[in-house]
Design a protein. Structure first.
Length: 424
């Protein structure tokens, strides 16, 4: 897999903490020091689930190689600013039963309990979660053991509740239709999990235990699913906070000359750059020229004024294209995001056709941007071939023909799309 160093592309790494503040001595001075006379644009790249610079580089590298194939001049006129923010892998164990090969791989370590999660995997996830959320390892271990012994998943949610605090970056405004409780009122969300939530007459009410049992197989898998939700909430919240802080930092900086700014985000990184665009107050020497979301992991209504989206300013802050790829082949967005949002909200799973059960339809509060694109936002559907610059207009690109899964973004058509957006 090609890394950025192997491409010889001008680039700078910026490391930030969970608040979006620079760490390890990094600063925007590193960006200005990397400028050459030929550079006229800055492209900020944000990863989603990668945790270190080496992993992120091997994600950015193949993608950028595809961009260079369609826009060779990017090698000299563009400086890549590669973000590295503290994130962790979100593993959707609870949908592994949909893929027999994945089930076999998980149960191979523990054939005596086929279908349940191996103990070592659960232990590793528990340790990662304790570190991420700053909770006592012993306290979390005790809660995990209690949940497994009693089979009560909601007890573990209550232990984690205080560590997964609500943020000011909810994707939709509370009280409006389709409120997204994943990033909204966590107290209400977790409380709703303890009793059968209110549902339409034709839907089945389900407690958290019912939902967990329907999705996962075995007590260890159930606990892993609960831990995953806690880290999922934290990563979503963190991406929004980091993006807003970076927007303030870039806007306040002094730039030696005018550079066009382009933002590209994958997965939760898509939420990060959307938050950046939404919060960006502008800089006369750093106009924001485009935003590209590659399989973004946040609400499909995040850009919708009609549905109470709080990122509605983002497209208007961009003097150029705002482009989103989406496909139901993206299991993380189509299945995992839907389940995480559904169980954290106040409704049970929808009843109806598969597109309503998984992924959510256009009006569902549980659909993901990377699955369905921006909904109720005035977005237009385009293809890579028909892309044309459109200031302030959201453009959804159905990626069924070139993206096969959540991490599968380094494709020729993706490179062509990004190259066109940068030129737009």
């Amino acid at each position: 897999m090609t890394s950025l160093n192997e491409l010889n592309t001008p680039h700078v790494w910026l490391r930030v903490d969970e608040k979006g503040l620079f760490t390890d001595g990094d600063s925007l001075d590193m960006v200005t020091a990397a400028f050459t006379d030929a550079i006229t644009r800055i492209v900020v790249l944000s990863h989603g689930w990668k945790t270190n610079i080496d992993d992120a580089s091997h994600q950015y590298g193949p993608l950028w190689q595809q961009v260079l194939a369609h826009r060779p001049q990017t090698q000299t006129d563009t400086l890549l600013v590669c973000l590295n923010w503290p994130s962790k892998t979100y593993d959707p164990y609870f949908v592994d039963h949909l893929d027999q090969a994945q089930i076999n791989a998980l149960s191979a370590d523990a054939p005596e309990e086929a279908g349940d999660l191996p103990q070592k995997r659960l232990n590793d996830l528990r340790t990662e979660t304790a570190t991420l959320l700053g909770v006592s390892s012993k306290k979390l271990a005790d809660a995990v053991n209690k949940a497994i012994e009693e089979g009560a998943a909601q007890d573990l949610f209550l232990i984690l509740r205080d560590k997964v605090a609500p943020g000011a970056d909810a994707e939709v405004v509370a009280g409006l239709p389709d409120t997204d409780l994943v990033d909204g009122d966590f107290d209400a969300a977790f409380l709703a999990l303890q009793e059968p939530p209110p549902v339409p007459d034709d839907a089945q009410a389900a407690s958290v235990d019912d939902v967990v049992k329907a999705i996962v197989k075995g007590p260890r898998m159930a606990v892993a699913w609960v831990l995953n939700q806690a880290t999922y909430f934290e990563m979503k919240k963190r991406a929004g906070i980091v993006g807003a802080q970076l927007a303030a930092t870039f806007a306040a900086a002094t730039w030696p000359k005018t550079y066009d700014l382009h933002l590209i985000g994958h997965s939760f990184g898509g939420r990060l750059v959307t938050s950046f665009a939404n919060s960006y107050t502008g800089n006369t020497k750093l106009p924001l020229k485009s935003v590209t979301l590659l399989q973004a992991a946040y609400s499909q209504h995040g850009l919708s004024k009609e549905r109470g989206g709080v990122y509605v300013k983002a497209p208007n802050n961009v003097d150029g294209p705002f482009v989103i790829t989406h496909t139901h082949k993206d299991k993380a967005n189509y299945y995992a995001y839907f389940y995480a949002s559904m169980v954290s909200g106040v409704q049970a799973a929808a009843v109806g056709a598969p597109d309503n059960i998984f992924g959510g339809g256009a009006t569902s509060p549980f659909g993901a941007m990377g699955a369905n694109g921006a909904q109720h936002s005035g977005a237009v559907a385009i293809t890579v071939e028909t892309f044309a610059p459109s200031n302030g207009k959201i453009q959804n690109v159905l990626a069924d023909t070139f993206i096969e899964d959540h991490m599968d973004i380094a494709k020729p058509l993706t490179g062509e799309l990004v190259a066109k957006v940068i030129d737009g």
